[in-house]
Design a protein around this ligand. Structure first.
Ligand code: GLV
Length: 318
């Protein structure tokens, strides 16, 4: 019988079907460390990894029985997919349950940064706020342009929400959508440069790959309107965080809403000092319901792979 190793601590509700059928090893009260997984993996056929757990060559080379890596995330930049595929190891992800919650957090950060909600809350609490009809002016949102970089599932879900808020939506993607889909979503294609120049808000909803590293750096920030707001709910290193700090301090752009950071779980300390930034610690999918649904998708992928009885969400290329 296939043996399954899960690297992370998780609500077990989502794992019920898998645990009823197979021998599944979980850590308790904390995640397994890389070293622990490295030691255990030779005994396992399936690895269920978290989005921040590195599934690299060293680990794969130490796993002679490994047939499947079932990642808990839509993003899979933590996995050396090319090497897995070369070794005949299948990789799966969890796109379905991630889409709506991530689009919701992107819209939340957009509205919060535009209307200065968290900033006002913070200033009210520490009694540094100036109150008056000419104070704390924000950006209107309605009637403004949102530029979405990366028009996959999450980008499209965000576009629908933005259109409902009365925004114009333009997007950039390597391969533009078909016209009928653009019409249905009410979005217009723009080159990356046009998008950066025209948008009042720029939201990054692209995967992180070597090609998209620092997709937004100093040059791109310079192209944006000085009144523009940048939203990143995808992966931290898509944005050059040092360049962003500089742009925010110098007024190159108006503000930023960030759910992910370039150097791990925490932002650069300088970002904490700035009022024109809203920061959340990678909570795009952080609800109990989504956590359980993502776990169920991980399990569906494992069972579907092992038994061939249902579709799985397979990652086809790096
Ligand atoms: C979360 O970051 C995901 O990739 O699903």
């Amino acid at each position: 019988m296939a043996r399954i190793l899960v690297t992370y601590d998780m609500f077990r509700e989502g794992f019920k079907e898998l645990e009823d059928k197979y021998e599944v090893t979980f850590p308790t009260g904390r995640d397994f460390t890389y070293e622990e997984v490295y030691e255990m993996l030779p005994e396992y056929d399936v690895l269920c990894s978290m989005f921040d757990f590195p599934v690299n060559r060293e680990l794969i080379d130490h796993a002679p029985n490994l047939r499947l890596v079932s990642n808990y995330a839509v993003g899979y930049n933590n996995i050396d997919v090319a090497y897995c595929l070369e070794k005949g190891i299948t990789v799966t992800n969890t796109p379905g349950p991630v889409t709506a919650p991530t689009a919701n957090i992107a819209l939340g950060l957009l509205l919060d940064t535009a209307r200065r909600i968290t900033e006002c809350d913070r200033k009210l609490r520490n009694q540094t706020i100036r109150v008056g009809v000419l104070e704390n002016l924000g950006a209107p949102v309605t009637g403004q342009t949102l530029g979405i970089i990366g028009m996959g599932r999450i980008g499209k879900a965000l576009a629908k929400r933005a259109v409902a808020c009365g925004m114009e939506v333009i997007y950039y993607k390597r391969h533009p959508l078909y016209i009928d889909e653009e019409t249905k979503l009410n979005v217009t294609y723009a080159s990356k440069e046009e998008l950066l120049k025209q948008s009042d808000f720029v939201s990054i909803n692209a995967p992180y790959t070597p090609e998209t590293h620092h997709l937004i750096g100093e040059a791109e920030l310079q192209m944006m309107k000085s009144s523009a707001i940048l939203i990143n709910t995808a992966r931290g290193p898509l944005v050059d965080e040092h360049a962003l700090v500089k742009a925010l301090k110098e007024g190159t752009i108006r503000g930023a809403g960030l759910d992910v950071f370039e150097f791990g779980d925490y932002p650069l300390p300088e970002l904490l000092e700035l009022d024109n930034v809203v920061l959340t610690p990678h909570i795009g999918t952080q609800t109990y319901e989504t956590r359980v649904e993502m776990a169920q998708t991980v399990c569906n992928n494992v069972i579907g792979f092992l038994e061939g009885d249902r579709p799985i969400t397979r990652v086809l290329r790096p």
